[in-house]
Design a protein around this ligand. Structure first.
Ligand code: DX5
Ligand code: ZN
Length: 214
């Protein structure tokens, strides 16, 4: 299992310390949530903070843009040092163009689906995607309850990927903990994002190791 801890749940007063903990852990990536107060009802952090995290991080950055018009920021995201750029399906009327721009900029292209968006919406673009991120909560906040229907969507997405013979990864974000993580692993997820379950655990590196073992 690929584990991508969500830095949104870190202690922003001790960001370098928390990034160092992730460097020393079994985490594969660092998941960075950018919110604009328009696409989602919350504001998180932007490019200067991502650059600071990139300077301290020893692992690839998985940047999740919960913003309108993400196509305007492809080169700025690339310039932070990001490896994966996640854009929301619901924010991109010209999704194929954005995905091409992300790949031309040298990053992995991932498309994120809100809980209400069916997997079938990606039927005609799945072969172009390095990863699909399924939201298992409504985006905007950490610490929300996992939406159980996501397990069904993981299975549907696995079927679509196999039918097309592509190698797209399936990542899931929101309410992931030991229990939901196990269910997601059984359903066919490749990568788990977890914020609260990791950073609010008594021993975050143990929590990461558990999710890694799934
Ligand atoms: C929510 C973000 C998530 C969030 C997950 O909009 O996309 O990445 O940090 O937090 P938990 O794991 O606490 O649900
Ligand atoms: Zn996220």
């Amino acid at each position: 299992m690929i584990v991508s801890p969500s830095v949104l749940s870190a202690d922003f007063g001790h960001l370098q310390r928390d990034v160092e903990m992730l460097n020393q852990s079994l985490a594969d990536w660092l998941h960075l949530d950018v919110m604009d107060g328009v696409f989602v009802p919350n504001i998180s952090f932007g490019f200067p903070v991502i650059k600071a995290i990139a300077a301290a991080a020893a692992k690839p950055l998985d940047v999740h843009l919960m913003i309108v018009s993400p196509e305007k920021f492809v080169s700025q995201v690339r310039d932070t040092g990001a490896h994966i750029m996640n854009v929301h399906y619901e924010a991109c009327p010209h999704l194929h163009r954005v995905v091409s721009q992300i790949k031309e900029a040298g990053m992995k292209a991932a498309v994120t689906l809100n809980p209400h968006t069916p997997v079938a919406a990606l039927t005609d673009i799945i072969g172009e995607l390095d990863m699909v991120l399924l939201m298992s909560v409504n985006p905007g906040f950490g610490g929300q309850k996992f939406i159980g229907h996501t397990l069904e969507k993981v299975k549907q997405l696995r079927c679509l990927i196999e039918a097309r013979g592509c190698h797209t990864l399936i990542e899931v974000d929101g309410g992931v903990n030991r229990e939901t993580g196990l269910a997601l692993a059984k359903a066919g997820a490749d990568a788990l994002v977890a914020g609260n379950a990791i950073f609010h655990a008594p021993n975050p590196t143990e929590e990461i190791a558990f999710l890694k073992s799934l």
